[in-house]
Design a protein around this ligand. Structure first.
Ligand code: BDP
Length: 327
């Protein structure tokens, strides 16, 4: 009898504790969910993890970021949609996907737009970059910051590419983007839009011959195993962007928003350093794996995209000129 009595007391005690009686409990933290297509360890995610650490520290743990890696919440297109609708708090995505929502951002994915990294970061950190991020607000998105994503080049399973003509007839995966499809088409290859998470299967099945991306993605996606020719044409340096849902943003206190946006700015330098190291490590591993790298005839590539570029110069009148001035 005594035993049963004790058991009941124990249960009542546990229930009381979990209901919060008798103890001063701090409110549950705000957990912001953030999607990424990459795995932990990839510099985009590491940038967001650094941001999480800063935000936790500065809010005494009241606000935290939980990352959902490896497209676990869906492809980037749906992530952008979910963030727009306020169904998801944050998404780290490629600028290419956001340019489908806000066409002005498409200027940043044009081929050979930036002369080098300094030029690129002058633009991204300067008035043009700030205005482009701020413009996202009309699409219910808050552009928190850019991230580094190196240079994208073509790779395929058939042959090394030295000149644009070598691309003729190849079926190449592009990000689901009108601009990227047009670019590949203008170079004589057939663009096949496929979500990032599905490219490996398409390459292995021979549905496509190749794709284009930076060195870290070429390595971590495993594409190098099925497409061993990587040709450094460096046609675009497309920044990553960290998006916040405007709906979730408006639910935060002004002071917390300031903490998050300042911390996001601070995370950029960290992310860029991570990128530089990661890119080197991936390149070494790719060489060890026997991938075939080659430089291309850059002048021929620049000449080949010139007509394409002229069309967009019209479309992005003013913007391109400001970007060129920031050299
Ligand atoms: C990677 C970007 C990622 C894109 C992917 C792609 O980091 O955001 O989804 O390219 O090609 O470099 O789709």
């Amino acid at each position: 009898m005594k035993k049963v009595y004790g058991l009941w007391l124990g249960i009542i005690f546990l229930v009381a504790i979990s209901a919060g009686f008798g103890a001063a409990r701090s409110p549950a933290p705000i957990v912001l969910r953030c999607a990424d297509v990459h795995a932990f360890g990839y510099p985009t995610i590491e940038g967001v993890r650094y941001l999480d650490q800063l935000v936790r520290k500065r809010t005494g743990g009241r606000i935290q970021i939980k990352i959902y890696p490896e497209s676990s919440l869906g492809p980037e297109k749906s992530v952008v949609e979910m963030v727009k609708l306020g169904l998801l708090d944050m998404g780290r995505v490629s600028m290419t996907e956001v340019a489908e929502v806000d066409y002005r951002l498409g200027v940043l994915i044009l081929p050979y737009l930036f002369e080098n990294d300094d030029h690129k970061w002058n633009v991204l950190n300067g008035p043009v970059g700030k205005a482009l991020l701020a413009g996202l607000s009309q699409y219910n998105l808050i552009g928190l910051c850019f991230q580094e994503a190196g240079y994208r080049s073509f790779y395929n399973s058939k042959r090394p590419i030295y000149r644009p003509e070598d691309l003729k007839g190849l079926k190449l995966r592009v990000q689901p983007s009108r601009i990227m499809a047009k670019l590949v088409e203008s170079l004589g290859a057939s663009p096949v839009p496929i979500n990032y998470g599905e490219v490996y299967a398409a390459l292995s099945a021979g549905v496509i011959d190749g794709a284009e991306n930076n060195i870290p993605s070429y390595y971590t996606s495993g594409h190098y195993r099925v497409a061993r020719y990587f040709s450094f044409d460096r046609h675009a340096s497309i920044p990553e962007v960290l998006l916040f849902s405007k709906k979730a943003w408006m639910n935060l206190k002004e002071a917390d928003r300031r903490i998050i946006s300042n911390a996001a700015q601070e995370s950029v330098d960290y992310q860029r350093r991570q990128w530089a190291q990661f890119e080197k490590d991936c390149y070494r591993k790719l060489e060890d794996a026997g991938c075939q790298f080659n430089e291309v005839d850059l002048e021929a590539f620049k000449a080949a995209v010139a007509p394409f570029y002229r069309d967009y110069r019209e479309k992005y009148r003013g913007l391109i000129e400001s970007i060129e001035k920031a050299r």
